[in-house]
Design a protein around this ligand. Structure first.
Ligand code: DAH
Length: 340
């Protein structure tokens, strides 16, 4: 019996030495201590022993079982520790390795241009004011001298929230809001979103941007308007860029003009961008209609003023040679990233 146990121990020792995984160890445990294992077989064979031998053999087997179990457990602890160490090695994070950099964003080309335009005017002493995009009919139309039957009021052109509330169709209502809350001299600009019920195409969008300007003081003339806009054109585009005034009509200004800038693409020679004219239309302007001054609480006998409304999309497209308005609204970073 002793010999048999020693044989099993020898087997266990050699196999433990080469055992390199927890699965192999478990198989070894079953092979020695399992129900059909070698030691269990010895236990079964005890029936053939004499009654005197049996307790001795039983004790030997039990001691062997304890010893083998301890040996197996020791090896198991070792293998587990090794496995854990290997896992830790595998999963280490190299904190010194440079991280994947997040993509940096960029400023939208319209914001770039708007910032420049705003800088031009603040540099001339204008103050930036704002007004609501959801506007009362009263400010958007009534105080801008746009009569009840005017086509601009048609629901086909204007987004109505209800009978008296619209999405502002221009930034001009901020003129009224400013005159009603400030005393002259007034020198403000108001950049912002405006809305019109247009289908989106290469030159139209239901939402776009304007920058309104308003100056009210004593003895303000059309020459001041022209000087201001010429200064603006030069600051934005450089020397040699000037304005051309064409007579026009707006209900809130009298007289009114539409203003072209020298085409930046060809410097006035005529090209595809300006359709051969040498000029690009960018804004509407005029002397504030005395009736508007009156409605907004300013005495037209004492004060006069001028106003203008610049299309920011127009200027941006012209500035960067962007052929389709939709590019400005699609948010495609491959396009937008080009204007840093
Ligand atoms: N509000 C006009 C528009 O949306 C633009 C405009 C024209 C604004 C003349 C003005 C102005 O202040 O004087 O088309």
């Amino acid at each position: 019996m002793k010999e048999k146990i020693a044989q099993i121990e020898e087997l266990l020792v050699t196999e433990l030495a080469v055992c390199d995984s927890l699965q192999a160890l478990d198989a070894l445990r079953v092979k020695v201590l399992g129900k059909k294992g070698e030691l269990t077989a010895l236990l079964r064979g005890m029936g053939q022993l004499s009654p005197e031998e049996r307790p001795v053999a039983g004790q030997m087997i039990n001691e062997a079982r304890e010893k083998f179990t301890a040996m197996l457990e020791e090896k198991q602890a070792l293998l587990k520790a090794q496995a854990q160490e290997a896992a830790l090695k595998r999963e280490t994070i190299d904190v010194t390795q440079p991280a994947a950099m997040p993509k940096a964003g960029c400023v939208h080309p319209m914001t770039l241009v708007l910032n420049e335009v705003v800088d031009c005017f603040t540099g001339m002493g204008f103050e930036v004011v704002e007004g609501p995009e959801v506007e009362l009919d009263h400010y958007n139309f009534e105080l801008m001298n746009i009569p009840k039957n005017h086509p601009a009021r048609d629901a086909q052109d204007t987004f109505y929230v209800d009978d008296n509330i619209v999405l502002r169709t221009h930034t001009s209502p901020v003129q009224a809001r400013t005159m009603l809350t400030r005393k002259p001299p007034i020198r403000v600009i108001c950049p912002g979103r405006v809305y019109r019920a247009d289908e989106m195409d290469a030159t139209h969008s239901p939402v776009f941007h304007q920058l309104e300007g308003l100056v009210i003081d004593k003895d303000v003339t059309m020459a001041d308007l022209r000087g201001t806009l010429n200064a603006f054109a030069e600051r934005l585009y450089g020397k040699g860029i000037t304005t051309r005034f064409r007579p026009s009509f707006f209900p809130f200004t009298e007289p009114s003009a539409e203003v072209d800038l020298t085409c930046v693409a060809c410097h006035g020679k005529g090209c595809r961008v300006c359709k051969g004219t040498g000029w690009i239309e960018v804004l509407g302007c005029g002397m504030v209609n005395p009736h508007v001054l009156e409605m907004c609480g300013i005495d037209p006998k004492e004060y006069s003023g001028f106003a203008f409304g610049i299309g920011i999309e127009r200027i941006t497209m012209q500035r960067y040679g962007i052929p389709d308005l939709r590019l400005l609204f699609e948010g495609d970073v491959r396009f937008l990233g080009q204007f840093r």
